[in-house]
Design a binder for this molecule. Sequence first.
Ligand code: HH2
Length: 336
Amino acid sequence: MEYIRPLPLTDAAAPADALPLGGGWCRFSHVELLSRHAPPRVVPVGQVPAERLAPLIAPRPAFAGLSMDRPQIMGILNVTPDSFSDGGLFLAPQAAMMAARDMASAADIIDIGGESTRPGAAEVTVEEETARTAPVIAALRAGGISRPISIDTRKSAVAKAALAAGAVIVNDVTALRFDAEMARVVAESGAPVILMHSIATPATMQDDPRYDDVLLDVYDALSERVEAAVAAGIPRARIAVDPGIGFGKTLAHNLALLARLSLFHGLGLPVLLGASRKRFIGTLSGVEEAQRRMPGSLAVALAGVAQGVQMIRVHDVAETRQALSLWQAVTRGSDA
Ligand code: HH2
């Protein structure tokens, strides 16, 4: 089987035969044909059958009411004692409230998590995770914050309580694999879902992860999870995918995925990228402290946007908003 990766163009000008990528801000006039058995080949779009181009071109429907024809920023709010970069900061409801208020002015989505999934993290009980997240979501809603809120959890009971408290998106780093009830809860709730690729559990995921071809393996795994979600009754229009940077991936794996992110548009769904402050940024920049990895995180987020990624999940929301606004203005050549 040949995989088709559009080569995204973001220049103000493009060749006459260039096609829109997912109805968004990138265009493409060439694709890279990838296979497990042959070297990659770049060919013009004219040489690709129309039915294989269709999922790449089709405009994406709005996700949780957010237009997918421009990049959307998801701000991270971890109400945990041990998240790798903001653990302990927002555990008190008052602190979470203040951070969310700040975030709501620049973020398009607020992602709330009550269990760290950093490499080596231990599992939290459903009761504890629910007690950390649902009251904060309810307080944000009561406090007038109307942005879409996503619940970052792999557990159906936590998701259910969060949705009842006012969350509208489920963000599952195991793509509905961890909890057998999760697919049903999401399907019945009508909430959109983010299916992220990961292998094993946070406790063991960095123990020598291996792939035949990381890019194609992650693509196939996500494709399989999308079909499982659809079979469970979740409409395609409510699904987004995420390659899961740092989840069961080495530095080389992360870089192979990031360099060819546009492959994932072939799934015909919005793509989310979460690379903010992750370890590989520290490794490549020589910055040990996660909170000092913002500049590298901005570079990776913008590289994702240049590959047409519709949502970026970040800790430094205001800084990312500024970087994105400037990137958009200078690539368009106008401030419209
Ligand atoms: N990364 C983390 C958690 N949830 N969800 C999606 N969709 N994509 C990601 O890349 C992703 C995610 C890990 O980062 P963080 O929440 O900052 O840390 P921790 O898991 O330690 O709370």
